[in-house]
Ligand binder design. Structure first.
Ligand code: PMP
Length: 425
């Protein structure tokens, strides 16, 4: 009985809960009166309780661990962005609710910013939805457009919330891996990772409702080329499929690469919703503001989800974001514009990190965009025999790395990273 209650307290899964009740009955305990069946989780979240961020952020809470995994910038956001927020707090009306689908000055600024890239007018009220971060955009899009029984194509590796969000909508994720060609001796680049067009086509069928595209890609750092996006666009059109395009790293593109929007390909605007994030745009991940842009016949369904869930996003943040965007919209061609200066600043850090990883025997995939670097750790030949066996190798390796600080190579790496992440005096 004690065990049974313990399990209940730990909010185990529906199946585990039912097993507990069943076995406790067999043992003759009258626990069912205490353990109401109403405590069971909803089926839609069954099996989705594990979360990589929660698990590894806890591990990284040890002050001797440097957390380079989560993607919170250690650089300060531009000063004008912070100043705009502090000004807004003093204006009474801006501390109250605003329009649910997006604060008017913000949707106006976003339409002005993006019209240049889409080369078409974007209706700020009908074709833009401001959300609680890109997470909110993904949630609204998936809940608003995906049904039970639908299939949604997701490329591996993928940003972790795509799969649970698709499952919560009752749909089935269909996975397709990015595969790397051999690079023998050359530097390994994110552009070596590609989708095989035939393999991709084999994932489409009459049940396919959408594909989730992520460019620049988290975590590989791949920036899809025009030809690659054309293959995806052709398949979306051929199989009458939607595209949910997660472009939160749109400004973080390194020398020699160009971010392209699949929504601008012929025939794609009407079937694409494109997602952006203030967190990534201005290095303010804590603001949790995002947006979705697309045709009104799709955006209106996302608006329905939003009006029945969070309803509206924080007014002061939206106003400050609008004002900050105007500053950069007016100097888009200037190297000082944050959209141009941030990738330059991060590219130097990328190159430094690549050298560091190589120096400790890892084989990094040099990203063309985004915040992250993936590295092949097999050369370190870590002894993971003590680690839990049912976990994937990368999970085990990272746990091993946070625990095994005696390893001299990793110690050295850690020291370098620590020195690097100390604030400059
Ligand atoms: N998509 C991707 C690919 C991301 O990397 C992130 C954040 N790390 C998000 C969506 C969520 O962004 P936000 O913080 O704006 O919700």
């Amino acid at each position: 009985m004690f065990l049974a209650q313990r399990r209940l307290c730990s909010l185990g899964s529906r199946t585990e809960f039912l097993k507990t009740i069943y076995s406790s009955k067999l043992l003759g305990f009258s626990t069912s009166a205490k353990m109401s069946l109403k405590f069971i989780n909803a089926k839609r979240i069954e099996g989705l309780d594990r979360n990589v961020w929660i698990e590894f952020t806890k591990l990284a809470a040890d002050p001797s661990v440097v957390n380079l995994g989560q993607g919170l910038p250690d650089i300060s956001p531009p000063s004008y962005v912070k100043e705009e927020l502090s000004k807004v707090a003093l204006i009474n009306s801006l501390n109250q609710y605003t329009r649910g689908f997006g604060h008017p000055p913000l949707v106006k600024a976003l339409s002005c910013l993006y019209e240049k890239f889409y080369q078409k007018e974007i209706n700020p009220n009908k074709e833009i939805l401001v959300t609680v971060g890109a997470y909110g955009s993904l949630f609204n899009a998936i809940q608003g457009l995906i049904d039970e029984g639908d299939e949604v194509i997701i490329t591996i590796p993928f940003y972790d919330c795509y799969e649970p969000m698709v499952r919560m909508a009752g749909a089935t994720p269909v996975f397709i891996p990015l595969r790397s060609k051999p690079v023998d001796g050359k530097k390994w680049s994110s552009s070596d990772w590609t989708l095989d067009p035939q393999e991709l086509e084999s994932k489409f069928n009459s049940k396919t409702k959408a594909i989730i595209l992520n460019t620049p890609h988290n975590p590989i750092g791949k920036v899809y080329t025009k030809e690659e996006l054309q293959v995806i666009a052709d398949l979306c059109i051929k199989y009458d499929t939607l595209c949910i395009s997660d472009e939160v790293y749109e400004w973080l593109v390194y020398t020699g690469n160009k971010h392209l929007k699949i929504a601008t390909f012929p025939g794609m605007w009407e079937r694409t919703v494109t997602i952006g994030s203030a967190g990534k745009t201005f290095s303010v991940t804590g603001w949790k503001l995002g947006w979705t842009i697309g045709p009104n016949h799709l955006i209106k369904h996302l608006q329905t989800v939003q009006q029945n869930t969070v309803y509206t996003c924080a007014t002061p943040l939206q106003e400050a974001l609008a004002q900050a965007l105007w500053i950069d919209i007016k100097r888009m061609d200037d190297p000082e514009c944050y959209f141009n200066s941030l990738p330059k600043e991060l590219e130097v850090k990328r190159d430094r990190m690549v050298r560091l990883l190589e120096s400790v025997g890892l084989k990094p995939i040099v990203p063309d965009g985004g915040y992250f670097i993936i590295a092949d750790v097999s050369l370190l030949d870590a002894d993971l025999s003590d680690m839990k066996n049912d976990e994937p190798y990368d999970y085990k390796f990272v746990k091993w790395m946070t625990k095994n600080k005696k390893d001299s190579t990793l110690d050295a790496a850690e020291e370098i990273i620590k020195a690097w992440s100390k604030p400059k005096s």
